[in-house]
Design a protein around this ligand. Structure first.
Ligand code: GDP
Ligand code: MG
Length: 597
């Protein structure tokens, strides 16, 4: 098949606008899957993904489409829709010449649509605007076409109108893909140069590497080299997904497919890496390679100290499947042995946590998430800090910087006020305000990531009755007036409770945590002081008065078995106590404080 008959494209859309449904319909219309054998939503096969309704990993499917006696190879590359996976999105886009920009005919343009459409334009992809769900009775395709013109610059006359549900318009869309998406270029006889845009793990075959061949040809049995990783491998199998694996003998410039090379860990396959020949004079590495950036960190501890090694095994298993997840052992006075884990974002953190609980049945204690800080000390040395307790004392800090993200929020006009107020409270700086038409607007703010990760998305949803959508991208690090807020119990700092916050918020947060902790600590034989402090300066203090709680006193009469039971219960309760100095604090108390941020 010659290159001029290949089309590589992706679908970009906001969550729930119908990307998976449209993908299914395209697979069906091209006969890649037949209607009877159809599973729901072929492209997302991770069970969890179906539950959450988002595409976590990019996939690629090759379809054969015949028109006027000519067979075309249409490669649909499925991109993740969520900001946490932005880097993977950008690698997937680099494999395509075109993108279907899919917008729900009722919901209209949303924040992620805009972010992903701009990313596709930056990669010079040909955009095919598509309005989906025209079968809905409340569909407003004309207004949505206008919104798309205002926010994305697409021509309303070029918008394809489809229903992924009924199949209406899908045939026309296939023609549009063939007619408007350019064929790939690249010389099949040049030195091999292919990009790794995704990978996943198969228990039997090891790593499955997804590639787009840019130049040259890759053949079965060939020795290849991963240029960034520096490793060489034999190609054991290669082929395309249609939608299950179909092996072939070679993939040529312009094609998309997979490689299997006996690689035992996904950690050895880097998204964005370049594959070339193993010998002398390999092709140059493709641009754009970047390591996954962990933006959010938290501590994960087994809720019963004994499960530590089980948790470690579970994390190791998980990391084999998800190289962007990172973990290292951490010891906390309060919570014992656990791990400090790095994630691409909050959603990624949630997904990992859910998978851990589902796949390994471990009860987890999670500390409040925090971002990575850049701190320069008095000697001029700059460090990345992943946990609040590692922030140096105030006197040792020269410059304290935090990550800033640019947020796009799309809201119906009547909610602009509340959203602006919310963004300002989160120390946002307004960067833009655009009217999209049909009484909707896009607000742009630069906001510290730390203010976003906690609950900004939920807050925006609730103050817009669910109509507001948020997307963000990293802008960079900026200096801010931040401090480490410590909690001390009878003079001992409790590591798991340290947080980094803006100095102006420190008093309020310190008082709230001290109060909460006071109400959770049981009385001891002596007085217990709970303090919040910045460096050596105490900003809040609460006292738990002395008194030995006499449990048996509650029992009336002389029922000895009941007394024994109570004493036994108290003993068991003790096991889950953590000692801070000579003060015992139940794990539940720590949790109460942690979950309230
Ligand atoms: P994704 O998150 O973009 O992959 O969206 P899905 O394909 O999972 O679709 C989200 C929801 O919209 C599902 O309940 C689909 O059944 C529904 N849906 C998708 N396309 C259409 C359509 O053309 N018409 C109607 N009425 N519903 C659709
Ligand atoms: Mg989907």
């Amino acid at each position: 098949r010659s290159q001029e008959h290949i089309r590589n494209f992706c679908i970009i859309a906001h969550i729930d606008h119908g990307k998976s449904t449209l993908a299914d319909r395209l697979l069906e219309s091209t006969g890649t899957v037949d209607n009877r054998g159809k599973k729901t939503q072929m492209l997302d096969d991770l069970a969890l993904e179906q539950q959450r309704g988002i595409t976590i990993k990019a996939r690629a499917v090759a379809m054969r489409y015949k028109r006027d006696g000519v067979e075309y190879e249409l490669n649909l590359i499925d991109t993740p829709g969520h900001v946490d996976f932005q880097y993977e999105v950008s690698r997937s886009l680099a494999c395509c010449e075109g993108a279907l920009l899919l917008v729900d005919a009722f919901q209209g343009v949303e924040a992620q649509t805009v972010a992903n459409a701009f990313a596709a334009m930056e990669h010079d992809l040909t955009i095919v605007p598509v309005i989906n769900k025209i079968d809905l009775t409340h569909a407003r395709p004309d207004e949505v076409a206008e919104e798309m013109m205002n926010s994305l610059g697409t021509d309303p006359d070029e918008c394809k109108r489809v229903s992924a549900k009924t199949g209406e318009g899908v045939a026309t869309l296939l023609d549009a893909i063939v007619d408007s998406v350019p064929a790939p270029t690249g010389d099949p006889d040049a030195v091999l140069q292919a990009m790794v845009f995704d990978s996943n793990y198969d228990d039997f075959r090891g790593a499955i590497t997804y590639i787009r061949v840019m130049q040259g040809t890759v053949r079965k049995g060939q020795k290849i080299k991963f240029l960034r990783a520096g490793s060489t491998h034999d190609v054991v199998e290669l082929g395309q997904f249609a939608p299950s694996r179909v092996p072939c003998d070679e993939l040529v410039a312009g094609q998309v497919g997979y490689l299997i090379c006996n690689i035992k860990s996904l950690g050895d396959v880097h998204i964005g890496d370049t594959i070339s020949i193993a010998g002398n004079d390999p092709a140059p590495a493709l641009p754009g390679y970047d390591r996954p950036k962990r933006m959010v960190y938290c501590g994960l501890f087994p809720s019963d100290g004994q499960d530590f090694s089980e948790l470690r095994d579970a994390l190791e298993r998980l990391a084999v499947n998800d190289p962007s997840f990172e973990f290292e052992p951490e010891t906390s006075d309060a919570l014992g042995f656990g791990f400090r884990c790095g994630f691409l974002g909050l959603l990624h953190m949630e997904i990992v946590q859910q998978r851990l609980e589902q796949e390994s049945d471990i009860d987890l204690v999670q500390t409040a998430p925090n971002v990575t800080y850049e701190i320069t000390d008095k000697r001029g040395e700059t460090k990345n800090i992943h946990k609040p307790q590692d922030v140096p004392d105030p006197g040792d800090i020269e410059k304290f910087c935090q990550p800033i993200v640019r947020c796009n929020v799309i809201v119906p006009e009547e909610y602009i006020g509340p959203v602006m107020k919310l963004c300002q409270e989160r120390r946002g700086i307004q960067k833009g305000h655009e009217v999209l038409g049909a009484s909707r607007a896009m607000l742009t703010y630069d906001i510290p990531l730390a203010e976003v990760i906690y609950d900004l998305h939920d807050r925006i949803k609730s103050c817009t009755r669910g109509y507001g959508t948020l997307d963000y991208e990293m802008v960079g690090y900026e200096e801010a007036d931040l401090c480490r807020l410590d909690i001390l119990v009878n003079g001992n700092r409790v590591d798991a409770l340290s947080v980094v916050c803006h100095r102006a918020d420190a008093d309020r947060r310190g008082r709230a945590v001290a109060k909460k902790l006071k109400s959770e600590i049981e009385r001891h034989m002596f007085e217990v002081a709970v303090q919040a402090a910045i460096g050596s300066r105490v900003i809040a203090r609460e006292t738990v008065p002395a008194m030995r709680k006499n449990v048996t006193a509650k029992c009336y009469g002389g029922d000895i078995t009941r007394k024994r039971k109570l004493l036994q219960k108290q003993k068991e309760g003790k096991k889950r106590m953590k000692a801070v100095g000579n003060v015992e604090i139940s794990q539940k108390a720590f949790m109460a404080v942690l979950t309230d941020g």
